[in-house]
Design a protein around this ligand. Structure first.
Ligand code: HEC
Length: 129
């Protein structure tokens, strides 16, 4: 009686092996998956006119324009933004770093992607491009 049972167990074990082998084969055959990212963020080709201006216009101009500048901060000219970028204040306020007033004031923090874009532009020297 022990022998048929043994055979059955062996067969089951072999079947399991085959299934496992097939599964890993399938994984190897499938196309390489891109690194999972919560959201795609394109930080290539970041420019002042095409990338930075729209972000600031949508989130900051209401309080920081040439005609109405809270704290004397003007963000609708390149010179005004560069001044805040070069001294580290711009990155400080948008990342809500300690020691800086969190911006945009009274509104949600900018998206991680927009912060990454602004950071990239600052690191590039805050060019007027
Ligand atoms: C609802 C109005 C409002 C909005 C919107 C706003 N700010 Fe401000 N911001 C202020 C006020 C008020 C001050 C000055 C008072 C203070 O320091 O808290 C200020 C100060 C600043 C300063 C100077 C901080 C310092 O320590 O010198 C920077 C830089 C700045 N804001 C950037 C931004 C940016 C970038 C945005 C958009 C992402 C933004 N702000 C949106 C109201 C606003």
């Amino acid at each position: 009686m022990a022998r048929p049972l043994f055979t059955l167990v062996t067969a089951a074990a072999l079947a399991l092996l085959v299934v496992t082998a097939c599964t890993s084969d399938n994984e190897e055959d499938s196309l390489p998956q891109p690194t999972p990212q919560p959201q795609q963020c394109d930080v290539s080709n970041v420019t002042f006119s095409k990338t930075i201006t729209p972000i600031l216009s949508a989130n900051c101009y209401t309080c920081h324009s040439s005609s109405f500048s809270e704290g004397g901060v003007v963000l609708d000219t390149h010179a005004g933004v560069k001044k805040q970028a070069d001294n580290g204040t711009l990155l400080g306020v948008i990342t809500h770093a300690s020691g800086f007033p969190a911006m945009p004031q009274g509104a949600a923090k900018l998206s991680d992607c927009n912060i990454a874009r602004i950071k990239k532009w600052i690191e590039a020297g805050a060019p007027d491009n």
